[in-house]
Structures are given as structure tokens and as C-alpha cells.
Design a protein around this ligand. Structure first.
Ligand code: LIP
Length: 278
């Protein structure tokens, strides 16, 4: 019983590494945008689709009863339902825009939930060859080395990560800039954007940035990273405070409650359409 999901996690690590190899090869000669999704800047490449197919096919062979929520499968019309069944939550390339531009933060993100609870998370940062892993109750690691969030309690001695995502509607942009302006002027020591939610969360887990927040992310961007943050000692919070809901497309991932609550105070929140909306 103890090692119930270890097999699945080992498989996730192996397939993430193989996917990363595909991403690195494609970076050299196939970074073309194939189509767009929610907006003209929400990009999809052939590699996003190929990597997701590779992961789903290999998991189906080994764990035929498991279910999936995959970024590209959902885009193709598959449901985005998180049930109590063992479910793999996959972002084949988190940081697709980075990939297209060869901006060097591109990750394969695999979260695994049972009874709607994350059991493990794997984020492979392909170009840095960094394998981030977390197992519920057993800590977070990068290439096998334990991770610990920053101990900073003062936001004015912190770096905060955030992103603008792919929503360019005026009202959303105004709210994002207003929040960012207030946070910058606290003042914080710096603001960073890796261009990948999963990488931003690994930076929080590693203690390099104190917190990351974003409105507009999807469950596949943050499922694995969420466990990395909490297993490294950090906290998750909704942008209005309270418990985070991975389907709500809003998240604060911070080193501690003090910083998360301080960020809540500055955010002009809004509610994008939920990932599990009918
Ligand atoms: C992207 C993120 C990025 C975020 C976007 C988007 P994709 O994921 O990781 O940081 O700002 O909203 O979700 O589309 O590259 O998998």
C-alpha cells in the first residue's frame, strides 16, 4: 500500500525525460506554429501534439484504467473532468510560446491525482535538464536534491513571478496591470516571468522566487507544480484568499502564508471561464 503510486511516478519520470528529448530535437528544426486556440497568440505546434500523444499512449499501455486531462486533448474536444479515478494531468509543452521562440524555459508537466488529490507531480525543464519531482507527503526534489522554499517573510525583500498569459481583452489586461503596478510599488525587489507556469512554480519550490501568481492558467499548467510547491514547504491560495481550486484558472503559489496574503491584498481579481465549465 505504501508504494501504491510509485510505479506510476517512475513511469511519469521516464516518459517526461523521453518527451524532453523530443522537445530538444524539435527545438533545433521544427518550431513552426500549427494553429492557435483561445486567441491569436495562444499557440500550438506539432510537437505539443506529438508529445501529448506519446505520453498518453505509453500510460494507456501500462495503466489501461487510468484517465487523462491533456492540454491538446481538451483543445480537440475531450472533456476536462477531474473525477475520483486516477487521472494524469498533462501539459506536453508548458511554455509553447517560449518553445516557438527558442526562449530557453520549456517544461513537460505531468500531475497525477486520485480522489481529486495530487499524488505526484513531475516537471521536466527540458533545456536545463532539471527533473523536478514531488510525491505527496514525501518532499520535493530537483534531480534528486531536496527542495525548500525561501524563508523570507517580507514581500519588500522578495522576487515575485507572474505572467500575462494569452488573454488580450482590455478589461483583463487592465486588471493584470493594475495588480502588477501595486505589487511592484510595494515595492518588491523584482518581478520575473519565466514564460511557463510550471517553471515559475519550480522556482518557488526551489526558493529562487518567493511567490508566483497568475489568473488565466489552466489545470494542466499547474497540477504538477502545485505539489512541488507544497512539498517544498510552500502554500497555495486563491487570488481572493481561501483554498485554491485547480479548475478555477487562478493561483497564488508562495513560500508562506504571509506573502500569499500580502499578494491577495494587491490583486484586482477576475474569473475566467473555468476549465471544467460544461
Ligand atoms: C502557458 C503558461 C504561461 C501562462 C499561459 C499559458 P502553455 O502554458 O505556462 O506561463 O502565462 O497562460 O497557460 O500554453 O505554454 O502550455
Amino acid at each position: 500500500m505504501d508504494d501504491l503510486w510509485q510505479d506510476a511516478m517512475d513511469h511519469a519520470v521516464a516518459i517526461a525525460r523521453k518527451s524532453g528529448q523530443m522537445v530538444r530535437e524539435a527545438l533545433r528544426d521544427d518550431r513552426k506554429v500549427m494553429m492557435t486556440k483561445s486567441s491569436s497568440i495562444d499557440l500550438v505546434t506539432q510537437t505539443d501534439q506529438k508529445v501529448e500523444q506519446l505520453i498518453i499512449k505509453s500510460v494507456k499501455e501500462k495503466f489501461p484504467t487510468h484517465r487523462f486531462i491533456g492540454e491538446e486533448s481538451v483543445a480537440a474536444g475531450e472533456p476536462c473532468d477531474l473525477t475520483d479515478f486516477p487521472t494524469w494531468i498533462i501539459d506536453p509543452i508548458d511554455g509553447t510560446t517560449n518553445f516557438v521562440h527558442a526562449f530557453p524555459f520549456v517544461a513537460v508537466s505531468i500531475g497525477f491525482c486520485v480522489n481529486k488529490q495530487c499524488e505526484f507531480g513531475v516537471v521536466y525543464s527540458c533545456l536545463q535538464d532539471q527533473m523536478f519531482t514531488a510525491r505527496r507527503g514525501r518532499g520535493a526534489f530537483c534531480n534528486g536534491e531536496p527542495l525548500q522554499v525561501s524563508t523570507e517573510e517580507d514581500i519588500s525583500r522578495s522576487i515575485i513571478a507572474t505572467e500575462f498569459g494569452s488573454n488580450r481583452e482590455t478589461e483583463a489586461i487592465d486588471r493584470m496591470f493594475s495588480s502588477l503596478r501595486k505589487i511592484v510599488c510595494i515595492p518588491v525587489q523584482g518581478v520575473r516571468s519565466a514564460g511557463s507556469a510550471a517553471v515559475n512554480m519550480c522556482l518557488v519550490a526551489s526558493g529562487c522566487v518567493e511567490a508566483y501568481y497568475e489568473i488565466g492558467i489552466h489545470v494542466w499548467d499547474v497540477a504538477a507544480g502545485s505539489l512541488l510547491v507544497t512539498e517544498a514547504g510552500g502554500v497555495l491560495m486563491d487570488v481572493e484568499g481561501g483554498v485554491v481550486d485547480l479548475m478555477s484558472r487562478r493561483i497564488i503559489a508562495a513560500n508562506n502564508r504571509t506573502l500569499a496574503e500580502r499578494i491577495v491584498k494587491e490583486i484586482d481579481s477576475f474569473s475566467p471561464t473555468r476549465d471544467d465549465a460544461p
